[in-house]
Design a protein around this ligand. Sequence first.
Ligand code: PGA
Length: 248
Amino acid sequence: MSSRTFFVGGNWKMNGDKKSLGDLITTLNTASLNDETEVVCGAPTVYLDFARSNLDARIGVAAQNCYKVAKGAFTGEISPVMIKDCGVEWVILGHSERRHVFGESDELIGQKVAHALESGLGVIACIGEKLEEREAGTTEEVVYTQTQVIADNVKDWSKVVLAYEPVWAIGTGKTASPEQAQEVHEKLREWMRANVSEAVADSVRIIYGGSVTGANCKELGSQNDVDGFLVGGASLKPEFVDIINARA
Ligand code: PGA
């Protein structure tokens, strides 16, 4: 096992209300969580303050998106300074739903990554290929291109977690096999070694996302280059505790 701190992010997406998220928060606050694992919950924008005020301090909070500048006439957007003002320290950027449902380009995602980091947020930067890209044998090309744009916008990698999330595995119940996940994670780490630095390749957390559950997390989490998870559906359920404790 590596010395990288295991990182488990929950991505609540556009789900829940104060009642159900409050119940989930109570479950997390009172659960026995592996204290060697870093845990962050991605809350909907309107619940960031609620999540930060109610979650135990040992659990981090993330916004699910933000814009590329600090303020201005950008109706509907939020900025990193606002996120920080709510006591929230992370943001998820480049999620496949932002890329493919809302049409965010690599360029925009890169600008957002740069601005979020300059503003002092930690960034969970997501990449991943679509099914047709995997079937066409272009997985590496796709994830390297996405990672290059992110890398071009990062100065301090200690504030970045890279989330490999194959689009075909997100919300589909079709998890990448531990071998498939390990293969891409290892290649990404080698890409980092060749294109960023030896030190960053060794230290950056590369987490897996896509239909992670309490049932499959232990095997996925035991792969050498899988340093944690970004969890959607299962992060809204008590089984999220089992996922946090995957390496316990
Ligand atoms: P899922 O979502 O766990 O529901 O597949 C993962 C994600 O989108 O981060």
